[in-house]
Every structure is written in structure tokens, then in C-alpha cells.
Design a protein around this ligand. Sequence first.
Ligand code: FAD
Ligand code: MTG
Length: 405
Amino acid sequence: WLNGNTDWDPVWRSPEPANNYDVIIIGAGGHGLATAYHLAKYYKLGRIAVLDKGWLGGGNTGRNTTIVRSDYFYKESADFYDHSLHLYAGLSKELNFNIMYSARGILNLAHSRHEVDFQRRIVNAMRLNGIDAELLGRDEVFKFCPILNADPNARFPIYGAMRQKRGGTVRHDAVAWGYARAADALGVDILQNTEVTGFRRDPNGSLLGVETCRGFIGARKVGIATAGHSSVVAQMAGFRLPVTSYGLQAFVSEPVKPVLNTVIGSAVIGSYCSQSDKGGIVCGGGIDPFPSFAQRGSAAIMEKVLAGIIQLVPTFSSLRLLRQWSGIVDYTADSSPIIDRSPVQGIYLNVGWGGGGFKAIPAGGEAFAHLIAKDEPHPLAKAFVLQRFRDGALIDEAAAAGIEH
Ligand SMILES: Cc1cc2nc3c(=O)[nH]c(=O)nc-3n(C[C@H](O)[C@H](O)[C@H](O)COP(=O)(O)OP(=O)(O)OC[C@H]3O[C@@H](n4cnc5c(N)ncnc54)[C@H](O)[C@@H]3O)c2cc1C
Ligand SMILES: CSCC(=O)[O-]
């Protein structure tokens, strides 16, 4: 149906596993699929397979709140995420698939003059890094987003906001589907329902391939892009990672007419939301305060996040909640990712994105493919290495990495 013929034409194949590949990527989320696409298109690295224990895009890439932005504090992060945002702007054309990038802006609200002072410092730091951040005064905020609570006596009155105009939203499923279709068309085998259960190495410790629920599959290079399960997969290969997995929830209301023209969030309140193209108000907040591999979440977080949303937009109190879900996010100590070789020769890592890796998928795929193909870090990812946790060269983006993360 994609190519105009009448009988059903799959958007991607469902091949049987080959006996071996040149590269196996574990995890058919956005990062894994984007990596395979880059390896096939730009490095022509022979036989490539992406394995997923479930369905492609069924992990965090299909469960997130679709925000993209690059308003990070440190230069290493700003350069990386801004490159990703620029890639997103051209991705529909690159993949010939409408990923619905909407540069509707993102507002980080300030609720005191002290917060405004703090945001002024952050905006200046971002502008020094070339990021289009700006500081809005109170009146400018309500002119840009009229539905916000303008009551000066509110529990959290709005004093101003930090805005990034190029921030906004992207349709998350479309990112996974677009990369999957393009990678498949380049000959990448996407093996869904193929759980990796272990690694096989020869007596000298050299990597031979992966054990899966569909048998052994050989490969000399394996990339791990399994987000919340990255520590589980790393343990199969015999090493530990400095990541902890938590549940991160999201919520969507019943669909309503267009009322919210941008992304709004408040670090102090711990809630953020935007309106999806289907009309639902998509809400998110902080992680569940305990490590977990359960893709559900606690009611306490739901109550806290939704109470915060109603603070920001009181009229949303009349909305009915349609659905709640959760993903498992892998957090590092500094809320920055790990794109690096692992301690095991031939195994590579693209993990640690926590609650903020959707915006990084295009650049993450490019950087991870570069690392696997050339066995050296991508220029934009040189700082995101494991060694930083030993020598303390952390890139602490906990504040910029989203709400209460
Ligand atoms: C509720 C929520 C809201 C979020 N909101 C945003 C946002 O607005 N903006 C943003 O930038 N980021 C956001 N994030 C974070 C973002 O979604 C993730 O960082 C990003 O999607 C990670 O992509 P990935 O490809 O690394 O992981 P995933 O998409 O999770 O893919 C990993 C895949 O690995 C597979 N896998 C795991 N173990 C195995 C195994 N043993 N064998 C085979 N396959 C395996 C899984 O099935 C999964 O499909 C949010 C996350 C959540 C949960
Ligand atoms: C989960 S918060 C999303 C983000 O990083 O903007």
C-alpha cells in the first residue's frame, strides 16, 4: 500500500534471523533504529540487525511525551542536543516520513523573582552556547500563552519564563517507524520478538555473538541501546553500568479543541504538558522515587503531576483523564548519556538517556553509528564516556534534563 500496489505491502520486513551479522544492535527503540539506519546508509557496514524483545518502538520511544529542545546548560550538552534538534528539523525529508516536528516553543515557567534571576543566568549561559533561549517577562508569557494562570495570588504565581522557540514536539511513533522503514529499505534486518538472553565469547574473551530466544546469532560488534534495561543487558555481558532504572509516568486527557499552543513546564511544581495533534493534553512530571522495572507507576506521582498542571492551567480541572502509562528510564548520576565502548571488546553503549533521550535520537543514532564503525567517539559525544564517572568530569544536567529528573 505504500508503493501504490493493491495487495498489502509491509512497511518493513520480518525476516528470519541470519546465522551472523557484521553488527547487531540490541534495542529497536529510536536510538537503536537510528543507529542501524546510519550504519547502513553512511558507513555501509555490511550485514546489520536490530533485535528487540518486543515490538519496535514499544519501549520509551513509543511512551514519551514527545518534547524536543536543546536548552541545556553545558556546552557539551548544548552542542549535542542542538545538533539533534537541527537533525529533527530535516528528518521528515531525510526519512521521507512525516515525523510531525512542531516548533511550537517550550516555556519553563518562573514563580518568583529569585527564579527569574536564576533563569536569567541560565539563558545567558545558553546564548553563549549559541542556543536560541530567551527570557520572557510576565506580560510576554501571557501574551504568548493566554491559557496560563495569570492570577498574581495563585499558589505558584507566574513571574516570567525561559523560552526556546525551536523547542516543541515530534510524533514519537513516527520517529521509530520512519527510521525502521528507512533502515529496512537499506537491508537492515529488524528482528522483533527476539530477546537477547546472553553473550557468547571465545576462550580468549573475544565476542562471538548473542544468545537469543531464537537461538545464537553471531556478530563481532554489538551495540546496546536498551534504555531502562541497559543495566540488565550489561550484566549479561559481565559488567555493571553506573545507571539506575526508574519508572517515569505520563498521562493524557480526553481530546479537546486546540487550547494549548506550546509546551509549558515548571521545575518548581514538577509538571509539564502540551497538547497532542489528537487534542489530548499530554502531561508528565518526575520519576517514581524508587528504582523499578515495572512499566506502570504510583498513584502519588499521578496526583502530584496533575495537581501541578491544574495550578498552571486551572481550566484543565474540568478535563477527564483518558490514560496513564509508564516507561523504564535509565538514569546516570549526572543525567547525561553514555555513548562509549564498554569494558568488553566489541560491545558498545548508547544508554543513560533517562527521561530526556527522545530529543537526542537523531544525534544519538549518528554518534553511536560513528563509534561502532570507527571504534572512536563522535566529535560531539567525546564527553559522554564511562570514564567521567571515575574521574568526576560529570556533565551535570539534572536541572536541564527535564522536570525533577
Ligand atoms: C513517560 C516518559 C516521558 C518521556 N518524555 C520525553 C520527552 O518528552 N522528551 C525526551 O527527550 N525524552 C523523553 N523521555 C525519554 C525518552 O523516551 C527515552 O530517553 C528514549 O526514548 C530512549 O530511546 P531508546 O531507543 O534508547 O530506548 P527505548 O525506546 O526504550 O528502546 C529500548 C528497546 O530495547 C529493548 N530491549 C530491552 N532489553 C532487551 C533485550 N534483552 N533484548 C532485546 N531487546 C531489548 C526494549 O524492548 C526496547 O524496545 C520520556 C520517557 C518516558 C518513559
Ligand atoms: C520528560 S521531560 C522531557 C524533556 O526532556 O523535555
